[in-house]
Design a protein around this ligand. Structure first.
Ligand code: NAI
Length: 407
């Protein structure tokens, strides 16, 4: 459970799936032993390799299951160099006291730029016009083309992406309306709608930026498309399962909607070359993209630096700021010379037991931080006195202790 004072030089970091070289450079410069592979590992390989690893970095194709995590006794932290963490058994990571970090907003700007470009493209019929030109057809006309200036944009889901889109859309002269189930600060001149229905009846463009909570399955279907204004356009770059694509197809075919841009699908090919099946194929003025909203080199670079920074803060200070599963604590540098961090089960009496142990060994406490989250607690203690093997053994043997580290 404990390895005393793991120095950076002894810390083994394995990065999989071609994580951006900035991450390798950052972690190597911080002194860690970093090995980088360009592929994902299957479960068997993970089980045999993670036994000797302190930190693993993955993207979306590596699955860290309960079995894999149970076979990685030294594993301290997982860096998900991506946005989602569905590929990680988070409950198992918490049970083993393994901290998980991701990059929740490194690709926000990339998504927003794609949305803006698609709104302009749809309002000008660019896909149709370009396709015709490639067939040798010169079809110059202003009919059905619009400036985006002055158009009413409706954003459903005003989180990281929705709110940043709001700012850029206003800069282009659009009038922004939004609907969010949570209370959100309206940026600039954006106006909040009391319901999604109100928004749908008001705007010329509807774009979805909701999160993937299960209740959003089927959020947008026949009724919602029917409520949209005739000639309006629809975009979804959030999650595939929130939209009924058969209903979207029928509203495009009937001419009720003038166009759509879709980046996410209920079922997406798992790998390059696998056929893409969708009822939206072959429709005019419908832009289809293979889930690339956040896929830019800038976003990958930002993810690399962001997650590497979080891992380093955790390894060197114990900071869990923005961890996906551990209690979030942004820690200052050590107050005393020595720091011990204890991930523990969130049961009564842990702090009292820890402090009476320190007192009984004449250890003064110069700084102490506690956070809890669900079944887990996390306590960090700074002291001027070194931790004797006896104190560490007592800490490790407390029934509440999940993971102990001396920094
Ligand atoms: P976020 O969590 O910051 O924002 C989501 C917002 O939606 C929250 O404010 C939430 O309160 C709101 N919301 C949830 N359900 C709602 C509902 N039924 N009606 C109205 N509001 C609702 O998430 P973020 O970072 O802005 O991402 C938004 C979506 O974009 C996510 O689903 C994410 O997975 C997806 N995404 C897609 C990418 C792509 O490549 N196409 C890249 C990055 C994110």
């Amino acid at each position: 459970m404990t390895r005393e004072r793991l120095s950076p030089a002894d810390t083994r970091v394995l990065l999989l799936e071609s994580i951006h070289p900035d991450a390798t450079a950052f972690l190597s410069k911080a002194g860690y032993q970093v090995q980088s592979l360009d592929r994902a590992l299957e479960e068997e390989e993970l089980v045999s390799r993670l036994g000797e690893v302190d930190v693993v970095g993955i993207r979306s194709r590596t699955h860290l299951t309960e079995r894999v995590l149970a076979s990685a006794p030294h594993l301290l932290a997982i860096g998900a160099f991506c946005i989602g963490t569905n590929q990680i058994d988070l409950a198992a990571a918490s049970t083993h006291g393994v901290a998980v970090f991701n990059a929740p907003f490194s690709n926000t700007r990339s998504v927003v730029e794609l949305v803006i470009s698609e709104i302009v493209a749809l309002q000008r019929g660019l896909t149709d016009k370009s396709a015709k030109m490639h067939q040798g057809i010169w079809d110059k006309s202003a009919a059905g083309s619009h400036e985006v200036r002055g158009r009413r944009l409706g954003i459903v889901g005003y989180g990281n992406i929705g709110s940043q889109l709001s700012v850029l859309a206003e800069a282009l002269g659009m009038s922004v309306y939004f609907y969010d189930t949570a209370d959100k600060l309206a940026l600039g001149n954006a106006k909040r709608c009391a319901s999604m229905e109100e928004l749908l009846e008001l705007v010329d463009i509807v774009t979805l930026h909701v999160d993937g909570r299960p209740s959003n399955r089927g959020l947008f279907g026949e009724n919602e498309f029917a409520r949209m204004r005739k000639g309006s356009i629809f975009l979804n770059l959030s999650r595939g399962f929130v939209v009924d694509h058969a209903a979207l197809r029928s509203h495009i075919e009937s001419g009720h909607l003038a166009g759509a841009a879709i980046d996410v699908f209920p079922s997406e090919p798992k790998r390059k070359g696998e056929p893409f099946v969708s009822e939206l194929r072959g429709l005019r003025n419908v832009v289809l993209t293979p889930h690339i909203g956040g896929s830019t080199e800038e976003a990958q670079q930002d993810i690399g630096n962001f997650v590497a920074g979080k891992l380093h803060d955790y390894l060197s200070l114990g900071s869990t700021s923005m961890s996906v599963n551990l209690p979030n604590l942004a820690l200052p540098p050590r107050a005393g010379e020595f720091r011990v961090t204890v991930v523990h089960r969130n049961v009564p009496g842990v702090l009292a037991a820890l402090n009476s142990l320190f007192a009984s060994h004449d250890m003064n406490i110069e700084g102490q931080y506690l956070g809890t989250r669900g079944d887990l607690g996390y306590v960090i203690t700074d002291t001027p006195n070194d931790f004797s093997p006896e104190v560490l053994a007592s800490l490790a043997s407390m029934p509440s202790t999940v993971r102990l580290r001396v920094l």
